[in-house]
Design a protein. Structure first.
Length: 394
């Protein structure tokens, strides 16, 4: 493959910026994926070792909002990929879903097996296992990736996988989302509608004593409806209009600062969620410039590995803290905080290893053996209809 000189890359960046188009790979948002999922993982350790880290820091307490941020950027990136492939004349709905599925599903299956081993070990040792967590109904839901669709009353088996189940729901509904955002309504109306829909869903859930932004097995897939719509609306806006020069980093910075400050102050999620859209849009707009944000070498790579890091955290949590208990008992004081902080690099390493040894090669093999050949299949008719939907009006 011929090498591309840095000068050519710079010229391409300038051409994209002048044309107001997003590059094929929006690296700032790929990096943001790692930040979002890392925030979710951080939240899962808020009660460990009796330290009550969530009570001490609003950032830890509000970490569940990382899932909301993840869904917004997932919607943005999904519509971007759809439009990019359609413009190249190679978009088909079936292969699109297949490529989304194979990047997480193989590792998800492995983590179910790991959790099964840990469950058996727990039963042998006499550990208490909550009812419904490791039953056949939950296993079937996990295998079908519908565990966040209201099919089970609680998270089960590979608990973190509720998020990829919800994301899968968002991808399946993407044609409708794309039609609304790219063809049916003005982007500003789509964005306003998404925020309004979120507010209504949030208040309806609150009336039933449920926190909408922390819904997992309780039909957590519903979180993707306003989030994907917001991401799609922002993408449609970015196709038509670009922020003035120098403003993209400012918008992203202000939005990021507001999110951090609001989380530290534990403000209502209604005042935080819209800022995820501003952050995603601002960062995406920097990708149109010669100096995109969050492109420091490790970050985009960590964004690619983020799914694996997220999916392995629960088994690491169980093994790590059981190992600590056996070796040193229950740590206290500074040692407890050191042990608590020590789990995160272990999760990072385990996630990287799982990505390199399981997720990446499995996805490559499945891509080579995709059930969608080059010949015409049933997805082509749907793709033809979707192509008409995603064309911008003249």
């Amino acid at each position: 493959m011929p090498k591309i000189a840095p000068k050519q890359v710079s010229e391409t960046a300038r051409e994209s910026a002048s044309a107001g188009a997003y590059p094929a790979e929006i690296r700032p948002l790929i990096s943001l994926r790692f930040v979002a999922l890392a925030w979710v993982v951080l939240n899962q350790f808020r009660f460990h070792l009796g330290l009550h880290a969530g009570d001490r820091s609003g950032l830890v307490f509000k970490g569940y909002l990382g899932a909301s941020l993840f869904f917004v950027l997932a919607g943005f990136l999904a519509v971007h990929l759809l439009v990019t492939q359609e413009a190249q004349g190679r978009f088909r709905y079936g292969p699109f879903l297949w490529t989304r599925l194979i990047r997480t599903y193989p590792l998800h299956l492995v983590m179910i097996a790991v959790m099964a081993v840990l469950m058996i070990a727990g039963r042998v040792s006499g550990a208490f296992l909550p009812a419904g967590v490791f039953d056949w109904r939950g296993l079937a839901a996990n295998l079908a990736l519908v565990q966040a669709w209201g099919t089970v009353p609680t998270v089960s088996w590979n608990f973190p996988s509720w998020l990829i189940s919800a994301e899968w729901f968002g991808y399946i509904a993407l044609p409708v989302t794309a039609w609304i955002a790219l063809k049916r309504l003005n982007p500003i109306l789509v964005i306003a509608g998404a925020i309004g829909l979120f507010a209504v869903a949030f208040e309806v859930a609150a009336a039933r004593h449920v926190l909408f932004t922390d819904m997992t097995a309780q039909i957590g897939a519903l979180q993707t409806v306003p989030a994907f719509l917001l991401g799609a609306g922002l993408y449609a806006l970015g196709r038509r209009w670009s922020l003035p020069q120098g403003w993209s980093g400012f918008v992203a910075g202000v939005a990021g600062a507001w999110i951090v400050a609001a989380a530290l102050l534990r403000l209502n999620d209604l005042f935080i969620w819209p800022a995820f859209g501003a952050l995603v849009f601002g960062l995406a707009e920097t990708a149109k410039t010669e100096k995109p944000a969050l492109t420091w070498a490790p970050l985009p790579w960590l964004g690619q590995v983020a799914y694996s890091i997220y999916l392995v955290y629960l088994p690491v949590d169980i093994v790590y803290f059981h190992g600590v208990a056996r070796l040193i008992g229950t740590p206290t004081g500074a040692l407890a905080w050191a042990v608590w902080a020590g789990v995160f690099p272990v999760i990072l390493v385990a996630g990287v290893v799982a990505h390199q040894l399981i997720a990446k090669p499995a996805a490559a093999w499945l891509a080579r053996h995709a059930p969608f050949g080059s010949s015409v299949d049933r997805s082509d008719l749907f793709a033809a209809r979707l192509a008409a939907v995603t064309q911008r009006p003249n």
